[in-house]
Design a protein around this ligand. Sequence first.
Ligand SMILES: [Mg+2]
Length: 251
Amino acid sequence: MKYIFGNLGLKELESFCGDNTLLAFDFDGTLSKLTARPQNAQVSAGTEMLLHEISPLAFTAVISGRGIRDLKKLIPFRPNYLIGNHGIESPTISSKVVSAAKKTTSHWTKQILAELELGRGVQLEDKAFSLSLHYRLASKRTLKRNQLIKLAEQLSPAPRIVLGKYVVNLIPPGSPDKGVALLELMKHAKLDSAIYVGDDLTDEDVFSLSSPQILGVRVGKFQKSAAGYYIKTQTEINRLLSHILFFLKNH
Ligand SMILES: [Mg+2]
């Protein structure tokens, strides 16, 4: 992967900043800094200002693992599309898939509360269409992660387990991922290219589409990532947004 602020990266970024591009962002760790408690996540004033300037100039989307209801409270601008639960809550996903995900999630919550011991430092987040087990506050995190994976494997039906930064996400089988969600959005909005920025393993579902129509930018250099480009840290998001704004204005 290459640094987006090199000559090649900026040239490519510029070529994607046209009329037919969807600008899509993950939320936690991308538009907002990661926090010990997910409820404390916040978009900085600088990022907020840039997003306000960008949104009238392009189609925008936020694609997050959070539920939409939660996201709406945290996002200080109005993207064209707000996608929650790793792609399940989306205008392009059939109501049949959505209600199946809801049923499975509520079944899992009951199973966990009745039969399984999550242990100290673990926060169960019921996002209505998927579950997240946060273990950032646990004392032995690697051990805790492995315990939670084992525990999740006992659930029925078996979840798709997606690991994130101090979180084990349990996704109902048959649900779309962020990659599917992005492709469907592009089709829905009749846009032929997209820029996608994300920081975590669920974002690899977009990066690994390896489509020449999608410019993938990862927050943090990570050799195993399928993203073509990276920014060094979340604090560089404003620099990235400033470039995008400049290119959109001068397009
Ligand atoms: Mg993230």
